[in-house]
Design a protein around this ligand. Structure first.
Ligand code: HEC
Length: 153
């Protein structure tokens, strides 16, 4: 066998291994890709649920309705992550207290949605915070469930 032919055969598996190692779906990559797909599914489903259960009052564009319904878009209340707990709880159990949004006080009751599941609320939260809360992350149903378990209602 000619030497260059032999080197060709030997090099082939090495090159394939290097290619698979460098370009194949590594464990980390796969996890990232799954999270990314899940995040996008939450966004799509969250938007559908938002249009169904929330946009009547807060409007499709999130701007709210005058002094009656507070805005989600550019809302200092929403952007403040200290209020996440209250927002999650209010979606399931409703809310009726004075709250201040961008310096304006609102005092209409927000209705409860007791039939929404942890997953559906997680999808709504993911959509709302990614769209208007400057917080583009996946809120898992486990995290949402933990908050809902501790709501004061
Ligand atoms: C019937 C009208 C109505 C519906 C439907 C409604 N809300 Fe509200 N929402 C309100 C009112 C009124 C307040 C202020 C409550 C208060 O004063 O305690 C509020 C407050 C909020 C706040 C905190 C204040 C802000 O603007 O940042 C968030 C966030 C919110 N709602 C999200 C939602 C989401 C998400 C849904 C759907 C699951 C929803 N709301 C459905 C009327 C509504």
């Amino acid at each position: 066998m000619k030497i260059h032919k032999f080197l060709g055969y030997a090099a082939c598996p090495i090159l394939i291994s290097i290619f698979l190692y460098r370009c194949g779906p590594g464990e980390g990559n796969r996890q990232n890709r799954e999270d990314y797909i899940k995040y996008n599914q939450y966004l799509v489903e969250g938007k559908r649920l938002y249009l169904l259960h929330c946009s009547n009052c807060h409007q499709e564009n999130g701007k709210g309705l005058g002094r009656l319904y507070p805005p989600l878009k550019d809302s200092d209340y929403l952007k403040n992550m200290d209020n996440l707990y209250k927002v999650v709880c209010s979606i399931k159990y409703g809310q009726s207290e004075v709250i201040i949004v961008n310096g304006i006080s609102y005092n209409q009751p927000m209705p409860a949605n007791p039939w929404l599941t942890d997953l559906e609320i997680a999808e709504i939260i993911t959509y709302v915070y990614s769209t208007w809360g400057e917080n583009e992350e996946l809120f898992t149903h486990q995290k949402t469930g933990r908050i809902l378990d501790s709501c004061n209602h």
